[in-house]
Design a protein around this ligand. Sequence first.
Ligand SMILES: C[S@@+](CC[C@H](N)C(=O)[O-])C[C@H]1O[C@@H](n2cnc3c(N)ncnc32)[C@H](O)[C@@H]1O
Length: 225
Amino acid sequence: MPADEGSLAHRRHVPFRVIELDSLTDRLDLARIFGRAAPVHIDLGCGEGSFLCALAQRMPDKNFLGIERLLNRVRASARKAAALDNVRLLRTESFYAVRYLLPAESVERFYLLFPDPWPKRRHHGRRIFSRDFLDSIAAALEAGGFLHVATDQSDYFQQIEQSGRVHPQFEIVRRDDFILPLTRFERRFREQGAPIYRLTLHKLWERGGDRTVSAKPLGARPANR
Ligand SMILES: C[S@@+](CC[C@H](N)C(=O)[O-])C[C@H]1O[C@@H](n2cnc3c(N)ncnc32)[C@H](O)[C@@H]1O
């Protein structure tokens, strides 16, 4: 158990899987937080944590961080994660965490699944996905890392797809064999028969302003890593 968990365990209102930040500006020491060095996957807006915990159970060799701004959902996630050593929760705003708290090139996969849709045009500025957001994701991802996105909003999806297409550090994955567990919102949308749009972005191994850099095969790692 990481040293900081013991101090939280006695506080009944804070489940011990929840990270307590010492600083709002220092980058997270992920190996210390998880008590081991392992590839890190991050679920942005993890809700009540069922997706996060299902994935963490499936991949015990990876570290899973759920980021969520609502306290009751963080608590629900932490309760589900009680028996999972490889899960931690952080209650904060996702974009802030990606931009200011995550070390450069520290994340193997991000998941942004059914982000708040803000369907009214006058609210589109509140949507989390923007060019700035994608730049921050690129900085936090390892070379060859992935961002998985899903939404039920067609116009939001088109914006995300277009951003991925023109970003010099990403390519769109055409055939994604990485099967994800259902999220709570996905279950709900499926029951309603709502359309679901998905996209996986792959961070290129080398920065290529002219988009001509070819990515190595999915899942492959350069020999020196
Ligand atoms: C529509 S729900 C989807 C939850 C989960 N990903 C799923 O698919 O079931 C969006 C979640 O993201 C959280 N959220 C929205 N914007 C956020 C932000 N900027 N930072 C952190 N969490 C956010 C909400 O509180 C909510 O739990």
